[in-house]
Structure formats: C-alpha cells, structure tokens
Write a protein that binds this ligand. Structure first.
Ligand code: NAP
Length: 249
C-alpha cells in the first residue's frame, strides 16, 4: 500500500451530471453522492430539478438545463460560478430512430445537437474552472452503437462515434493539466430509452450478450465512479465498454 488515499472516494469534488432525472444519469448522480461528491444533476424541467434535489439530499443539487441550447448552458455556468465542477458527466441523450431514407432532417439535427454538440458546449463551459484548479474529470456517455453501428440509428451512431473522437482529441489537449477525458460505451441497458423495445426484440438482443442479461444503470454508474475517482488518475482518452461482452472492439 502506498498511502491511505481512498482510491474510490470523490470527497471534495463537485460533479455536474447532465440528464440526472432517470436512468443512467440518475444512478451516476446517486453513486457520486454516495462516494462523497457534491453533485449537481440536471433536468429539462423545474419539477425534474426539484426531484433530483430531493433525491440527492436537498440543497441546490437540481438544475434545469437544455443541453441542446447554447443559452441554457451559458446560464447554468453563470449560476454555478462559485461552485465550478471538477467532474463533468455528459450523459443527457435522446434517440430518434429511423432508417436513413425515412429520417427527417430534424431527427438528424436534434440527435447530433443533443448528443454531440452538447459535449462541446458543456466541456467549454467547465474547462476554464478545471484548468484553473489543475484537476478535472470529463466522462462522455457514448454507446456500443458508436463503435459497432446499428441499422435505424445512423444519427445516434454518428453522434456517439463523434463523441469518441472528441474524447481522444480533448484528452490530448488537457492531459498535461491534470484533467482526464474518457468515454463510457454502454451496451443494452434497461432504462426509459430502451423501454419501447418489444419483449421479443429484447430476448433476441439478450441472446447476443455473453453475460446473458441486459445491463442496469448501476453497471454503468460503477464505471463512471471509477473514471471519476483517484483510481483512474492515469487513465485518459479511453473508451470503457460496459456491455456484458456483446462487443469487444
Ligand atoms: P433516458 O432514461 O432516456 O434518460 C435521458 C436523460 O437525458 C433524462 O434525464 C433527460 O431529462 C435527459 N435529456 C434528454 N434531452 C435533454 C436535453 N435536451 N437537455 C438536457 N437533458 C436532456 O436515457 P438513458 O438510457 O439513461 O441514457 C443515458 C445516456 O446513456 C444517453 O447519452 C444514452 O445515449 C446513453 N446510452 C444508453 C444506453 C441504453 O441502453 N439505455 C446504451 C448506450 C448509451 P428529462 O427527464 O428531463 O427529459
């Protein structure tokens, strides 16, 4: 043992988790809180923000944010001026699935704007504070679909693959300043996002998963706690696949 540092403690950190109302983001926010971080979780509505604050133990923990809007991100950063995040999780995301020939321009734009341009906005908003503090953790939620592709998800796959390139480029830019930038690529996780999948389709997907089950938000939150923690201080520019073995690159 080198010293008594708790490798997985987030004590003293301020974490901003986008899309923390439900699913993966809610679990990451809760596990960060349990690991000792001061957590700010975002929702698209005032009610969602109030529910986050209640779940995370009150205080000023829930904020309204539309990651697809420059103005909304700027307003949040202004609001957080005295409480600059040392951990940023770009988690908020949407799907607008369709075969390419039927995909409407808005379905393409909305997914790229919400799932990829959001990372540009939020990283820019948080980086100055991290550079000043000379420490920071950025975690981008990509997807197995960004690596392997999926029919009917050209917009989503493009955004999630874009996040992987973005992660590596930014990791190179800030590695010397004590800031790590990594991606998590979940496989098939049971949340509202996958709730519309028929049980037949779900069974077919699960047969492709060597672990023999769908993933849970907790499976992904474990990876996020690791990447945010002192245990991962020398890990940057990587993609952590959390998919039960369904795709191994
Ligand atoms: P989810 O249950 O559908 O939750 C989506 C979250 O994103 C909600 O908190 C939602 O807020 C928020 N959100 C949506 N649009 C937003 C916007 N414009 N601005 C701010 N927040 C917005 O999704 P999930 O399954 O937990 O997925 C979380 C992340 O993991 C996403 O990036 C997703 O692509 C990725 N992922 C998921 C899976 C999976 O199988 N579930 C697999 C791979 C990757 P409101 O509640 O306020 O609407």
């Amino acid at each position: 043992m080198s010293d008594d540092t708790n490798l997985f403690s987030l004590s003293g950190e301020i974490a901003l988790v986008t899309g923390a109302t439900r699913g993966i983001g809610a679990e990451i926010a809760g596990q960060f809180r349990a690991a000792g971080a001061d957590v700010i979780g975002t929702a698209t509505t005032e009610q969602g923000a109030a529910e986050i604050a209640e779940r995370l133990g009150g205080g000023d923990s829930g904020k309204v944010l539309d990651v697809a809007s420059d103005e909304s991100v700027q307003a949040l950063m202004k609001d957080l001026a005295g409480r600059l995040p040392t951990i940023l999780v770009n988690n908020a995301g949407i799907v607008r699935d369709n075969l390419l020939l039927r995909m409407k321009p808005d379905d393409w734009q909305d997914v790229l704007n919400t799932n990829l341009n959001s990372a540009y906005r939020l990283c820019k908003g948080c980086l100055r504070g991290m550079l000043k503090a000379r420490r920071g953790r950025i975690i981008n939620l990509s997807s197995v679909v960004g690596a392997a592709g999926a029919a009917g998800q050209a917009n989503y796959a493009a955004a999630k693959a874009g996040l992987l390139g973005f992660t590596r480029a930014l990791a190179l830019e800030v590695a010397g300043r004590g800031i790590t930038v990594n991606a998590i690529a979940p496989g098939y996780i049971e949340t509202d996002m996958t709730a519309g999948v028929t049980s037949e389709r779900k069974d077919a997907i699960v047969t492709q998963i060597p672990a023999g089950r769908a993933g849970s938000p907790l499976d992904v939150a474990g990876a996020a706690v690791y990447l945010a923690s002192p245990a991962a201080s020398y890990v940057t520019g990587t993609v952590l696949h959390v998919n039960g073995g369904m795709w191994m690159g």
